[in-house]
Design a protein around this ligand. Structure first.
Ligand code: HEC
Ligand code: HEC
Ligand code: HEC
Ligand code: HEC
Ligand code: HEC
Length: 169
């Protein structure tokens, strides 16, 4: 299986079997409920950048989500006057954790790395995601609908990898 052609034949077979499950692999759409409503617009400030909450985004494949402990850095004491704000402490009082629902999810056979784009290629989040500084409600749908042709078009123009096995596992 170490011969490259063998791996590509295997890749196409694996990808085809995933593609067959098209209905099941898609992200949840429409009425996704997060455990807590949180406004990106109110939280993204000069002092609080994306990476404060999405800590993996510069060094890892996954951008990751914040934990309740991250929120409590500020919410140990009341912040602002919005009715949802005391809920942060209510989660702690109930001994509950925050389990965020992930909306963007490429097909299972695709490998994507935030570190490669954000750190190595110095891309801004807004080159792929919408402008979260303007988002006041918890998003309910994925904001990226990547086709292979979108990834490949940019890779070609920026001389990044076009190797099937860079993006497919
Ligand atoms: C205070 C913490 C916080 C900050 C700061 C923050 N985020 Fe988030 N982000 C979250 C949480 C929590 C979620 C999941 C719940 C939600 O969407 O409200 C999320 C969800 C997202 C999602 C949807 C991911 C998915 O696929 O489910 C994107 C995209 C995103 N954030 C981008 C950004 C960008 C870009 C910035 C900076 C411009 C940023 N975030 C700053 C906490 C934060
Ligand atoms: C650096 C400090 C800081 C951190 C960290 C932080 N917040 Fe906040 N949060 C604030 C401030 C300040 C306000 C008041 C903003 C306003 O009302 O305009 C606020 C307001 C809120 C509100 C009410 C307004 C809204 O956004 O709907 C909620 C809910 C909330 N935060 C949830 C969270 C959650 C969940 C986390 C962790 C993912 C978090 N916060 C992390 C500072 C922070
Ligand atoms: C080159 C395009 C691109 C850039 C630039 C980018 N993202 Fe993403 N992001 C994606 C894709 C594609 C996914 C879905 C990944 C998957 O399914 O493996 C994603 C998923 C996410 C998620 C969901 C959770 C996760 O870890 O997969 C968050 C949160 C997120 N991105 C935040 C950010 C933030 C914050 C930045 C900027 C610092 C950023 N992204 C930059 C394309 C991008
Ligand atoms: C707007 C441009 C752009 C888009 C869109 C883009 N990429 Fe990239 N990508 C790059 C660049 C530039 C690099 C090279 C980073 C470096 O190594 O300097 C890269 C690197 C990568 C790598 C690391 C490759 C290696 O050599 O190890 C992977 C994997 C990857 N991209 C997957 C994807 C996937 C999957 C998508 C679509 C969901 C995508 N990319 C969309 C520009 C882009
Ligand atoms: C830059 C990243 C990237 C490269 C390089 C790449 N692919 Fe893809 N490929 C993707 C993405 C993203 C999808 C769509 C995933 C989804 O639908 O969520 C995809 C989908 C596919 C599919 C499923 C059918 C379809 O079109 O949606 C096949 C088969 C496939 N790729 C084979 C290949 C082969 C063979 C190569 C090498 C010639 C290759 N890919 C190179 C990112 C890439």
């Amino acid at each position: 299986m170490s011969h490259p052609r063998g791996r590509i034949v295997l890749l196409v077979a694996v990808v085809a079997s995933f593609a067959g499950m098209a209905g099941a692999r898609r992200s949840p759409a429409g009425d996704t409920r997060q455990p807590l409503p949180m406004s990106h617009k109110r939280h993204i400030t000069k002092d609080m950048k994306c990476r404060a909450c999405h800590q993996g985004v510069e060094g890892e494949a996954m951008a990751s989500f914040p934990t309740l402990a991250d929120c409590m850095d500020c919410h140990k004491t009341p912040q602002g006057k919005e009715p949802a704000e005391p809920e942060v402490r209510a989660f702690v009082a109930r001994g509950q954790d925050l389990t965020w629902v992930r909306l963007n999810r490429l097909a299972g056979h695709v490998y994507f790395s935030h570190a490669a784009h954000v750190t190595l290629a110095s891309m801004k989040c807004e080159e792929c995601h919408r402008d979260m500084k303007a988002v006041d409600q918890a998003p309910t749908e994925p904001d990226i609908h990547a086709q292979m042709s979108d990834c490949v078009a940019c890779h070609r123009s920026k001389h990044a990898s076009l190797d099937c096995l860079a993006c497919h596992k």
